[in-house]
Design a binder for this molecule. Sequence first.
Ligand code: AMP
Ligand code: MG
Length: 267
Amino acid sequence: MFKPYNINPGQKCNLEKFDCLINSPGIEKADALVRISENAATMAKLARRLYAENSRAILLVLQGMDAAGKDGSIRAVMRGVNPRSCQVYSFKKPSEIELDHDYLWRVHHVMPRKGNIGIFNRSHYEDVLVVRVHQLVPEKEWRMRYEQINNFEKMLVDNGTTILKCYLHISFEEQRKRLQARLNDPEAHWKFNPQDLQERKRWTDYRAAYNEAITQCNTDHAPWHIVPADRKWYRNLVISELLRGTMESLDPQIPPAVDDYSGWIVE
Ligand code: AMP
Ligand code: MG
């Protein structure tokens, strides 16, 4: 019901065509919050089973412009899941040692272990986004990355990781409001980075980079999901529904006991 936008593999993505506000009317905020709580409780149980099963993993990739709500949606959607089986990893500017390796090195290194849910706040997609917009490597080099990323993700999927890639779709105006709100609130200044204003000036370049990344890397094995993100509660609902649905279809099973303990007594 409250699904992200999806496009067919091979089809060209044009983000301008997707509504940032809502794509499926008929739900109020209060009902959405109830549903998110119910999903969280269900996901907590499923995450426990996934952990016990210890054979498959889930990776949720969150991408979006500054203030699109990458952190906020993690907080809202994942509450209730045992932190033991769920790790968030935020990708920052690569360190010196990371830059001394190929760009996927630091990513592969932090993939969720079997039984776990990994959440990427930014990801290897930065290597075809910020890297492209700021020309951090020559075009010839980042152009090759789409195929490399598809192959990398295929390898991960073939080895038991389900990959969900969400693009949090906010409008230029909504980003302005959120960045301004950060500036107006001293308690939120830590979230504000003057560089965010520079990146905002490159909105059109980022839009082109996102359109191409989504077009090129929207595969059957790891599709992109475009999440309307101008309303926080709606964004959270869509991600929560997507993750819950994925976990239900994985249907993780608690493994059978290795021995027959019937009749055993602890004295
Ligand atoms: P934040 O998400 O606000 O903590 O900011 C992290 C910053 O790191 C963003 O400006 C990203 O664009 C930047 N970043 C992440 N990955 C890369 C990368 N591979 N190359 C360059 N900058 C990156
Ligand atoms: Mg930031």
